[in-house]
Design a protein around this ligand. Sequence first.
Ligand SMILES: C[S@@+](CC[C@H](N)C(=O)[O-])C[C@H]1O[C@@H](n2cnc3c(N)ncnc32)[C@H](O)[C@@H]1O
Length: 321
Amino acid sequence: MERAQTPRRQTDIDVKESFATHYKELLQDKYETFMECNHHYLRRALRINTLKADPERIADQLTRAGWQLTPVPWCAHAYWISGERRDIGNLLEHQLGHVYIQDPASMLPPIVLNPKPGETILDMCASPGSKTSQAAAMMENTGVIVANDVEAKRLAPLQTNLQRLGVINAVITKKDGRAFKNQQFDRIMIDAPCSGTGTLRRSLKGIDMFNIKQVHNLSRLQKDLLAAGWQALKPGGVITYSTCTLEPLENEVVVSEFLASHPQATLSDITLDIKREDAWTAHPETGKALHSEVRKCLRIHPYTNDTEGFFVCRIHKPKIL
Ligand SMILES: C[S@@+](CC[C@H](N)C(=O)[O-])C[C@H]1O[C@@H](n2cnc3c(N)ncnc32)[C@H](O)[C@@H]1O
């Protein structure tokens, strides 16, 4: 795949052996493509914040200032942006909250969740608020979003971002997501903590931090977060479960085990204008077949659409239990 940006590092850096072995086994003949892609800058992208700005006017303003905008096919008012400068964080439009810098892969969960004006939403793992603010825009600042995160130090950036973007329908809570239960949320977004191997284009340090034991620990936490979300969801409600890792143990395996223990839960197909990889259909360690519904999960790798790697699925609770 041809990429707009130059490599930022030589491709012959030392890649931790345990990472290389693990990912060669997982990705097989796609491993080299994956690593080659990880050595390229991400294409810069932003979403125009319709809570504060008119999308056409902002797109026009940026174009007139010399930026090239390429629309993101799966997200309204979102663009890849390129130009002489790379420091789009210094744009006045960014400081004013008229735009939000966000990788297009990370825009997927709110699109898949599709929150409506007036609804009550839980964003279980919300900081720094990219998806909370996107959901707030979709809800036209009405209804309520409970923007939760367990980490005290991550609440400040969450608050700052929501304030800058003019979000007024969110309340911030600090709670372990596993403690949510017996609520009646219309929709719940679980953008789970994960090993982040889809985001190596941001920083290759993730390779050094990779640890399969941590993947197993995260997988356990993710299953608990999803089970808690199910309890906090009203009948007829919808959950999105997402991560920015390529690890099947944190993605399809979590969803498969959840479906096996919650027979009333169903997945729906995600039909968006996006290229995708096949979902994993067998456990990566035992080879055991996963729940057949996991085929409906949307999995993208960094090279699939020249974005970050991402995983998302949509889970439904029946109206009558
Ligand atoms: C992938 S990040 C969320 C990104 C965010 N949704 C966004 O779009 O800006 C995962 C978040 O989960 C939080 N987290 C980790 N463990 C958690 C738990 N047990 N309950 C709730 N949040 C948790 C982390 O502090 C982190 O902020």
